[in-house]
Ligand binder design. Sequence first.
Ligand code: PLP
Length: 476
Amino acid sequence: MDVNEFREFAKATIDYIADYHENIRDKQVLPDISPGYIKDKVPSDPPKEGEHWGNLLKDVNDVILPGLTHWQSPNFYAYYPASYSFPSVVGDLLSTGLGCVGLNWITGPAITELEVVMMDWLGKMLDIPLAFLNCSEGPGGGIIKGTASEATLVCLLAAKDKTVRRVKTLRPDLCDSDIKGKLVAYSSDHSNSSIEKAGLIGSVPMRLLLSDDEGRLNPQFLKEAIEQDLKLGLFPCYVVATLGTTGTCSFDNLQEIGPICEEFNVWLHVDAAYAGAAFVCPEYRYLKNGLEYAESFNFNAHKFMLINFDCSILWVKNAFNLINAFTVERPYLKHEYDSAPEYMHWQIPLGRRFRALKLWFMIRTYGVEGIRKYIRKQTGLINYFSEILKKDSRFEVCCKNLALLCFRVRGDDNLTKMLLNKLYERKQIYVISYTYKKNTVIRFSINSNECSEADLHFAYTEISNQVDDILNKNFI
Ligand code: PLP
């Protein structure tokens, strides 16, 4: 493909994407296909000769689109948002188009340096403690990761390394493997699956402590668990608190958890994958009170901040904890400049994408006020939907936080389960279930930028009609 063909192909693709978004409401949110559907539509062997790009977009229509779950559809209320904005898409396109990879600073000075500035912009936007910012006097700083899972794992590995070093100074009789075999980490049983997975990958048992009724980590249980483990000769090393759990968007109390971590010298990591973006709005900042106790803080700009997947922001108070754990030098990685940070020592991969571009483009085109307006629109819509449900005595709104609520059909738990099945079979709106106070609930998250009050009335009508059907059948 020469550069002129590229121009044509890329422009046609941009038009295709714009059309997709303009017509997103016409698309059924969940696809009508079965596993393995694509095998019959795509040849089993690659083409011998290259073909014209013109065939490709047609095949996207015929082969790919029927197999998509439309995350940007206003009828997608499952999980959390797959954030989206046009400036972010263009930033990502440019990042790919420029074709640069950041290994060390010299392989992409702009890649590192824009990232440093963006991390400070974001930190100031969220009003997080100064100690986390690159521009602070101390050793703190921010970095873009792919996902929250990666951020949790990286911090677990750093906490592990830090604890081994600390214990060795106290117990010189122990070697690394003695200590590593006795490390233990903690979170709540409502924390995201990625927290347990970080423990699995990092070979540190992750104790998932029983949450309170609202799905929050119980500080008393945490303290007791740490004390118990110390008595057993184990080394507590890592606690993950969640601001905005995946199930119900509940918030762990950092003001109570933080001092416990401090007392026992345990690394506190705060996972605010979804909710972190909301701290751009001053009215939500009280939810992060106590963040000053955290050693690391992570949120996904790709969830609730208009940035396309992937873009997960991690700040640490002391980057040397990462550098000590991850630095591996080679002659081919050396260069003549004394530059910091060298992000290759803050992460698992060597190479990194130029993700700061999409942040830069989005923040500049929306401005902080534009981002606040977006978050307030989404949280306002959930309040609107909550009022609709509350007017209908068949439903109980169980909890509501930011742009997420959970509701159920009053009465037997099976009614809610039946409703979920019907909604899922009909594929008009996409919701998922969770368990709240031992009941099945329907999680309803405002995700699409396009979602409007009219869409919520459509969703309510769909839900209401299915409940009518269920209640009539059960009555007969
Ligand atoms: N933490 C929380 C609270 C989440 O809700 C999620 C995903 O929904 C994650 C972590 C994992 O995010 P990621 O896919 O970026 O690893």
